[in-house]
Design a binder for this molecule. Sequence first.
Ligand code: DP6
Length: 401
Amino acid sequence: MASEQPLAAVTCTAPVNIAVIKYWGKRDEELVLPINSSLSVTLHQDQLKTTTTAVISKDFTEDRIWLNSREEDVGQPRLQACLREIRRLARKRRNAWDGDPLSSSLSCKVHVASVNNFPTAAGLASSAAGYACLAYTLARVYGVESDLSEVARRGSGSACRSLYGGFVEWQMGEQTDGKDSVARQVAPESHWPELRVLILVVSAEKKLTGSTVGMRASVETSPLLRFRAEAVVPARMAEMTRCIRERDFPGFAQLTMKDSNQFHATCLDTFPPISYLNAVSWRIIHLVHRFNAHHGDTKVAYTFDAGPNAVIFTLDDTVAEFVAAVRHSFPPGSNGDAFLKGLQVRPAPLSAELQAALAMEPTTPGGVKYIIATQVGPGPQILDDPSAHLLGPDGLPKPAA
Ligand code: DP6
């Protein structure tokens, strides 16, 4: 049987985001509603992005998905929740617009392929970029124009923050149906051009306790987490928004570090305790504080998610000196020239004074595997060039996909 042309094929990209006020804990597991609001920085897609193609065709007999070229189980509950939700929104729109010629697309099955331009196993927030990209691409292919927070959130809570560029808050909302639990842009990516982000990849291993399981245990057992959600985060959201609006780097940096530390404290307060930081993470924490103390100013901040990798925020005039400090304290392994990826960083000398202030003997090489230098970036994008599609006209992955 000759294959019909697909009804539609769309390819989009979406960014990774890093929370500076952390989301940890759900009040509704099914709807993925958080116990506190959170705020993140969207990272630039030149360095880190997910690309997703969705194709719908009358020929397809089932929904199928390929992640990094491997076919995965489309029956996974989170994936199913995203598909169900997008089709519900599409149906709602079609009903409003009777006689839409595209309405037949709703009964079609979809094929999806998705790839990351960074190692999924590097412990970077691939699920946020992945589900944001899935929601955004499915919305384009099914003609949905409404807010996509709910679709992305059902995949992974933090994914709703990857729907926008710049600085993004996820308002926890109050309603039981979650309709007001949505992501909103606080400031666009152009707002703070000097801000830089360094990802210090400490371990590429898969984490011991995933976020979903970890936060469930914290909600059940940690009194500190409840205190944090009720008494700490609301004021921090307001203060972080102010720091961003006023481009107050020391304020932004201090609050970012305190919030990361409090999140990891709630992990330790969970019973049995959860520990995501390792000895290298702690050395990075000390390095940052000593670097700041030497300068008598908060010039660098760290934050850690559910793993040992550090994300560093600083301003463009400090990047070179801080990278020199990292190279000194964590000598590169055998990958000397591939140690720094992403944005160019000019080599800078490390002054004897700073070296003395760091008071750190270099570790054995390779503690920090590599650094990705990046900056704040835009939200999801549609790729118009059909050659960007990861799926061919037959709906199967192209050989290079
Ligand atoms: C520590 O969004 O991965 O990165 O909603 O269960 O999929 P699920 O969790 P997820 O949690 C992210 C937790 C975090 C903090 C953050 O990104 O806000």
